[in-house]
Design a protein around this ligand. Structure first.
Ligand SMILES: NC(=O)c1ccc[n+]([C@@H]2O[C@H](COP(=O)([O-])OP(=O)(O)OC[C@H]3O[C@@H](n4cnc5c(N)ncnc54)[C@H](OP(=O)(O)O)[C@@H]3O)[C@@H](O)[C@H]2O)c1
Length: 371
């Protein structure tokens, strides 16, 4: 299969031919349609954080994907594998990485059925950001209806889901972001937006908040203790939280790490399907253009783990939304299969290929199975 690989820390991304993965009993093999770019892909590849985020080289990056089930593992009795069949459209994330490739072996427990109203490109942009937001707010932050939450980095990939999910849960949402994202953030549920380039949130907030969700780190995290109610939660996705300071202020502080969960993703899929939350794709590149996609991200990294943090006021490649890599086009797959059938069945030249194409399109448009 084709895959993008990192051969050495800090090295070029190489577009390679590698063996397709074999699946374990509790895994499914997904033919990837799209994947998305995350900061952690670049950080791991750079080697700057190899003590805490080691990788085995050569290494295929990629934490999240959408695609079609190609094979299922043998563990079909009473396990998560039983919920899937070849042909099912799925999306998900993997802590094992490897989704910048044509095929991925993934635990069935970490995927969910793709929301039918989302394109494969939109679906690939969801799993990491939305699950991180969900687990940050509810699993770690214990956010409840009627509470107030401050979300740092509200217009980023994770932040935008955090704003939507917190608002849907009945919380009052305050977000820090660049001023030009104010209208966008208000449109997805923020009641107040603080422009971090112009104001210090701890100086302009009049009331303390129940939960801070930190997607920025550094000084922003340190100053967050000042706005938290006693008994509140400071949850960071970017760096460890000082336990001394948390104890002194009588709050809970924790750094979270996403644990991929098909259950959580299934709940997110339902919210996407009913239109309660929506995905945000900034740019779509072909997998072969991954180097350009990484350049876009590197210029957009916040916080201490950034490779090249952008100075306040510097030009942005895009204001919000995820960068998606298209691995395979659905129409391309249909054409390839139609052409194979046309050749295999000895069809006549002329219109017949078009007939096969039409039949394949109709077949792939229909659900392959019902539950
Ligand atoms: N722990 C985990 O499991 C986990 C999972 C996913 C992500 N993460 C981490 O979470 C962080 C956010 O990820 P992401 O994908 O949402 O990143 P992103 O899409 O790049 O968003 C970051 C946002 O932060 C904003 N920002 C930068 N400096 C800021 C400041 N001082 N105050 C307020 N906002 C600021 C940026 O706004 P402008 O562009 O307008 O400056 C941008 O919208 C990253 O560090 C990522 O590695 C952790």
């Amino acid at each position: 299969m084709k895959a993008v690989r990192v051969l050495e820390y800090g090295g070029q991304l190489v577009f390679d031919e590698v063996p397709a993965p074999a699946i374990a009993r509790d895994e499914i093999l997904v033919k990837i349609t799209s994947t998305a770019v995350n900061h952690v892909d670049l950080v791991k590849a750079s080697g700057t954080a190899r003590q805490v985020l080691p990788i085995d080289l050569p290494w295929i990056p990629g934490h999240e994907f959408s695609g079609v089930v190609d094979q299922i593992g043998s563990d079909v009795i009473g396990s998560d594998v039983a919920g899937y069949a070849p042909g099912d459209a799925v999306f998900g994330s993997t802590s094992g990485m490897g989704s910048y490739a044509e095929y991925l072996a993934v635990k069935a427990a970490a995927v969910a059925k793709k929301p039918s109203n989302l394109s494969f490109e939109e679906a690939a942009s969801v799993p990491v950001a939305a699950q991180t937001a969900w687990q940050g707010l509810f699993t770690h932050g214990h956010l409840e209806k009627g509470q107030t939450i401050l979300i740092h980095g509200g217009s980023g990939g994770v932040g935008a889901y955090a704003v939507q999910l917190a608002s849907h849960a009945g919380a009052t949402v305050i977000a820090t972001a660049s001023g030009d994202d104010e209208a966008y953030l208000k449109s997805i549920g923020a009641s107040r937006v603080i422009n971090y380039r112009e104001a210090q949130f701890e100086k302009v907030l009049r009331e303390k908040v129940d939960v801070v969700f930190d997607l920025v780190g550094g000084d922003t995290q340190k100053r967050s203790f000042l706005v938290l109610k006693e008994g509140g939660y400071l949850i960071s996705a970017t760096q460890p939280v000082s336990q001394e300071e948390a104890a002194r202020r009588r709050v809970t502080g924790a750094m979270m790490r996403l644990v991929p969960s098909g259950d959580v993703l299934g709940k997110i899929a339902r919210l996407l399907e009913e239109g309660t939350i929506r995905p945000d794709v900034a740019t779509v590149y072909a997998l072969q253009e991954v180097a350009q996609a990484w350049k876009d991200i590197a210029g957009n990294l916040p916080g201490p783990y950034g490779l090249s943090p952008r100075a306040p006021g510097a030009a942005r490649t895009h204001s919000h939304g995820k960068i998606v890599l298209r691995v395979a086009s659905h129409e391309h797959d249909i054409r390839t299969r139609a052409h194979e059938l046309y050749l295999a069945r000895g069809a006549q030249p002329g219109r017949e290929l078009e007939d096969w194409l039409q039949a394949e399109r109709e077949l792939t448009a229909k659900p392959r199975r019902t539950n």
